[in-house]
Design a protein around this ligand. Structure first.
Ligand SMILES: Nc1ncnc2c1ncn2[C@@H]1O[C@H](COP(=O)(O)OP(=O)(O)O)[C@@H](O)[C@H]1O
Ligand SMILES: [Mg+2]
Length: 222
């Protein structure tokens, strides 16, 4: 479980127990993503799901750690402007973040924070806006995505569930790929299909599906 104010080591299994089967599963996921399309490498990846609490943020943060461990410069961006959690997962303040960068007109540096993991930076959500989809769909956000792209090897975007609100669908066409997280035994089949259809309608490039919480012979994994 995520503990507010705790260190990333306490919250992220890839740091706490790198030798575990779960951490190994994240490394396999990393490899599959980094090598999924060698002719068109993925520089920006969005993570979403059908409903809250399916493990989007947990998956994104652990995936980011394993990518940084493979010597990628990784930037994680909290675009869940409804229930942000990357600041909690990484134990960081959230007074400034993505929304500050979108709303402040000055062209200062991005308010990115170090994560404690070499090569891994975090752009927390910042103060929550009244209409998240408007900010995420804005031209300023488009320009920011281009800046993020130039400042990291891979940028991972955390988002709210794709079925409930449009935020993920607004961002999906602006990134190279979308990863859909489903929770074993929880995600409803019709919801998963609905999420896929919504994303395909906006021409999103769904690169894969993570089945979170599936019971394997050896404990918890996907
Ligand atoms: N495979 C898993 N096993 C056990 N707990 C998990 C797993 N994946 C996520 N969780 C827990 O479930 C809660 C919700 O996860 P989170 O990643 O915040 O979901 P989302 O971002 O989809 O809302 C967190 O407390 C997290 O620690
Ligand atoms: Mg989340």
């Amino acid at each position: 479980m995520t503990t507010p104010g705790a260190s990333p080591e306490a919250n992220l299994i890839t740091l706490r127990d790198p030798g575990s089967a779960v951490a190994e599963a994240y490394r396999t996921l990393r490899t599959n993503i980094l090598f999924s399309s060698l002719d068109r490498p993925l520089h920006t990846l969005l993570v979403t799901s059908t409903a809250p609490d399916e493990g989007k943020s947990t998956t994104l943060a652990n995936l980011a750690v394993t990518m940084a461990q493979a010597e990628q410069r990784v930037l994680v961006v909290d675009c869940d402007l409804r229930r942000p959690s990357l600041h909690t997962l990484f134990g960081l303040p959230n007074e400034r973040g993505l929304t500050s960068a979108i709303l402040e007109q000055a062209e200062g540096p991005l308010p990115v924070q170090g994560s404690g993991v070499p090569g891994l930076s975090v752009l927390t959500s910042g103060p929550l806006p009244p209409r998240p989809a408007d900010l995420l769909g804005s031209r300023r956000m488009g320009a920011l995505i281009e800046r993020m792209r130039s400042e990291a090897d891979i940028v991972l975007f955390d988002t709210p569930p794709a079925v409930a609100v449009t935020d993920a669908a607004v961002l999906a066409p602006r990134v190279d790929g979308v990863l859909l997280v489903l929770q074993a035994g929880h995600t409803r089949r019709d919801r998963a299909r609905e999420a896929r259809q919504l994303l395909e309608k906006v021409k999103a490039n769904i690169v894969g599906v993570v089945l979170n919480g599936a019971k394997l012979e050896r404990g918890y994994s996907y």
